[in-house]
Design a protein around this ligand. Structure first.
Ligand SMILES: [Zn+2]
Length: 250
């Protein structure tokens, strides 16, 4: 079973400036406690590119969007524990307020972090026609490869939106690791499949975090049911309508 954790930014104050959603902004001290919990329970952080299907106890730590705290806050906390992460960047956000700059992408890569794509503009891919989906996936990949000096093999779906068409296009363009946002445990390391991730939110307690990582107890099932229930208004309202309703509910 492979837990893949999905973080965004780390901020002491959720009202800090940037593009992030405060629900997904985790306190740096909570992040540090979560890393310590993983180490104490025998987990070893690995980059997607270094996954070994025969090794138990691996965990993948990912960050979406490209918030500058991935470098300024997360990187030192990871490095002092000998841990690593995959940073999934929206290339069109680079250099914007609160986001990584082009030079900082290289710094993360040089520090041993994996670099992956989270689209070019963060548009929800299932809203776009095929030509634009190809543009989003190809342009972000080329730019991030050029900046990082690494092969970019991973795409994380913006907003978790997308399915069979996005999967086919990503594989045709050379991506190998496909990350969605459906909460779950990955029981087999299957290439070319959407992998499930565990969203770490600001309100998540350490007990809830540990039950999600181990995928044990009632809480994981509850989280999954809630995620799937949120998918219903998405189908009925479309992505724009859903975002407006969600913004009002949160
Ligand atoms: Zn995102």
């Amino acid at each position: 079973m492979l837990p893949i954790l999905m973080y965004h930014g780390l901020h002491p104050d959720p009202a800090a400036r940037g593009r992030f959603d405060p629900v997904y902004s985790v306190r740096p001290a909570d992040f540090a406690r979560q890393l310590d919990w993983l180490l104490e329970h025998g987990y070893r952080a690995t980059r997607l590119d270094d996954l070994d299907p025969d090794t138990a106890g691996q965990v993948v730590i990912t960050f979406d969007d490209g918030d500058v705290s991935n470098l300024e806050v997360a990187l030192p906390l990871l490095r002092e524990r000998g841990m690593c992460a995959d940073v999934l960047i929206t290339s069109g956000f680079l250099g914007q307020q609160g986001m990584l700059t082009a030079a900082e992408v290289r710094a993360l890569a040089d520090a041993g972090m994996g670099i992956g794509s989270h689209g070019r503009s963060h548009a929800f891919l299932d809203d776009l026609d095929e030509v634009r989906v190809i543009g989003e996936l190809r342009e972000s990949r080329e730019r991030l490869q050029e900046l990082s000096g690494q092969r970019v093999d991973t795409i994380a779906l913006p907003g978790g939106r997308g399915g069979a068409r996005e999967r086919r296009i990503a594989l045709e363009l050379g991506y190998r690791y496909l990350l969605g946002s459906v909460p779950g445990a990955n029981r087999r390391l299957a290439h070319g499949r959407w992998w499930q991730r565990i969203a770490v939110t600001r309100s998540l307690s350490l007990a809830q975090f540990s039950s999600l990582v181990a995928w044990r107890g009632a809480y994981p099932q509850l989280t999954r049911a809630r995620h799937l229930a949120l998918g219903l208004p998405k189908m009925v309202l479309g992505n724009d309508g859903y975002e407006r309703v969600r913004a009002r509910l949160l």
